[in-house]
Design a binder for this molecule. Structure first.
Ligand code: C2E
Ligand code: MG
Ligand code: MG
Ligand code: MG
Length: 271
């Protein structure tokens, strides 16, 4: 598909595209098996208010359980995106997250990651509406994080879908802001409520003045635009204090809490 439409390509064992293709097909099969066997899991990581450190929401992060080992999204999401089968994953994550929100009161508000391809997917909006209704979950309990790895292929259609999800009452956040395709021009084009500053700027901001300046600037831009700023990859107290000083609204990272399954999360928060 990537080479263009109406083209046949001879399969070649040595060819990079062919071996990527085989790997992608394997991941699609693996994902299907994991879904059927209830081996697609969600872990949750809290996002806290920098000033008070109280939890504002939890981000859902997908994992597959394969031969009793947890497999992380970095291993399978690129392959699913290449196979253009990432929608299957997004649908499953949305269904599961909303179902869990109806069962676990701790999950008052949840952020769900979406791939860029989600916005070309006509079934996404009806699915979200259906699941919210089925499980009696209010739309304003959902934040969609736009995970950017490829530019949105059809910006007008994407924006329309985002407007519809926003009209429903869901929130939007631009994930990994400052890297890849999620640049300043995105802020003009996407109706986001918050900006998640990429962890690569946050992690070493107390050591690196350039990182510090970038985090500060993104936070200021967010303020001017009336959007909330979120810092990911907060790995120590020093960083959290600096973020507080800069006026960053929310923080997330291993220092605050690791992503955990719902049982561990409930034990951690004593509910
Ligand atoms: P992301 O949305 O930017 O999520 C943050 C990633 O950083 C997560 O990795 C999280 O476990 C990790 N992380 C959290 N705190 C820290 C920290 O303090 N330091 C460091 N170094 N890392 C930290 P994970 O779970 O492996 O997810 C990787 C990416 O996969 C996510 O990045 C997101 O883009 C994507 N992803 C995860 N779940 C889903 C999903 O359900 N659907 C889609 N489409 N993408 C997903
Ligand atoms: Mg995210
Ligand atoms: Mg992120
Ligand atoms: Mg990231």
């Amino acid at each position: 598909k990537r080479r263009g439409r109406n083209l046949a390509h001879l399969y070649d064992e040595q060819d990079q595209d062919s071996s990527d293709f085989k790997a992608s097909i394997r991941w699609v099969q693996t994902l299907n098996e994991a879904i059927v066997n209830d081996r697609m899991l969600l872990h949750f990581q809290p996002v806290v208010r920098c000033q008070s450190r109280e939890v504002v929401y939890f981000e859902a992060l997908v994992r597959l359980l394969i031969e009793d080992k947890l497999v992380y999204p970095g291993d399978f999401i690129p392959a699913l995106e290449r196979a253009e089968d990432i929608n299957l994953l997004d649908h499953q994550v949305i269904s599961k997250a909303i179902c869990m929100m109806s069962r676990y009161p701790l999950l008052q508000k949840v952020a769900i990651n979406l791939s860029a391809q989600a916005f070309d997917d006509a079934r996404l909006l009806p699915l979200v509406e259906e699941k919210l209704k089925q499980y009696g979950v209010a739309p304003n309990r959902i934040i969609f994080e736009l995970t950017e790895s490829a530019s949105l292929s059809n910006l007008d259609a994407s924006r329309q879908m985002m407007q519809q999800l926003k009209q429903l009452g869901c929130e939007f956040s631009i994930d990994d802001f400052g890297t890849g395709f999620s640049t300043f021009s995105y802020l003009k084009r996407i109706p986001a409520d918050s900006i998640k500053i990429d962890g690569s700027f946050v992690r070493e901001m107390h050591l690196n003045p350039i990182d510090h300046a970038l985090v500060k600037s993104i936070c200021e831009v967010a303020k001017v635009l009336g959007k909330r700023s979120v810092a990911e990859f907060v790995e120590d107290e020093k960083t959290l204090i600096e973020l507080q000083a800069l006026g960053v609204d929310y923080a997330q990272g291993y220092y605050i809490c690791w992503p955990m399954d719902i049982e561990a999360l409930q034990a951690h928060y004593g509910s």
